[in-house]
Design a protein around this ligand. Sequence first.
Ligand code: GDP
Length: 290
Amino acid sequence: MTIQWFPGHMTRARREIQAKLKLIDVVIELLDARIPLSSRNPMIDEILQSKPRLVLLNKHDLADPAVTAKWVAYFADRGLQALPVDSTNGNQLKDIASRCRELFAAKIATQIRKGINPRAVRALIVGIPNVGKSTLINKMAGRKIALTGDKPGVTKGQQWIKVGSEMELLDTPGILWPKFEDQQVGMRLAATGAIKEELLHISDIALFLVRYLASHYGSSLQERYGIEKLPEDMKDTDAVIAIMEEIGRKRGALLSGGRVDLEKASLTIIREARAGKMGRISLESPDDLR
Ligand code: GDP
C-alpha cells in the first residue's frame, strides 16, 4: 500500500519512531538493495541520532551483486555496517541477530562486568513502505504477525518477538517516508514498485528504465527483446523511445492501425524488469554519484 504523505504524517511518523527508540538498543534500517539511496529517508540520521544501526540491503536477490558489493563499501566508508539480505528466505536471520548483538556488545560487556545476566538485544526495523519490513518481521518471528495497516499513526499494543535467545524485535516497524521531491528518485521508486506507478506517467518510468538498462545492462536488454542495436547516445530521447516501440512491436502491444501502444509496452517492460526477467539489476550505483 502506498501512503499519501503529508507534513502531519511525517511529523507523526518521526515522533512514533523516536518514542520507540527509547525501548530499543539497535535500529535495523531496511533499504532496497537496487536503490539504496533512493529508498532511504532523507532525515534518517537526524531521526535516529546516535542509536547503533545495522543497514540491511533487502531484495538482494533482485539486485546486481557487483553493485551491491559497492554499496556495502559505500556504507562502510560512512561508518555503517550493511548486510545484503533476501527477506523472503530466512537464511540470514542468524547473521542479522549476531550483527545486532555485536553492535550492542559494549553494553553487554558492562552487564557481565556488573554480574548481571546479559539480556537480549532489542531491535526495531525501520524503512519506507514496500521495502520488506513485514516480510522480514514475519521471517524473524517464524510466523505471520498480524500487522496493523501500513499507516503512520495507527498504533496498537506493541509486542516483543523473540528471535532465538539473544534478540528481541518490536513487532511494529517504524514507517519512514521516501525522498519523493526528487524526480529521479521518484522514477527509481516507481520502477522498483516502491510507489504506485500511477503516480507518474507510465511511459516516463519505462523511458527512465530503458535508458538505464541500455546504459548499464545493454546486453541483457538486447537479449530479452531481440534488439540488434542500442542507441549510441542515451541522452537521445527519441532513440530510446524507438527502442520502447521496438519492444512493443515484438510483444504485440499494438493499437488499431498498427501503431505501437506505448503505455502497454511500458507496462510490459516495467513488470518484466521488476520480476527479474532481465537478470539481477540495480538502478543506482555509487559509481553514478561521482
Ligand atoms: P513493507 O511495506 O515494508 O512491510 O513491505 P512488505 O514486507 O509488504 O514487502 C513488499 C513486497 O516486497 C512484498 O511483495 C514482498 O514479498 C516483497 N519482498 C520483501 N522482501 C523481499 C526480498 O528480500 N526479495 C524479494 N524478491 N521480494 C521481497
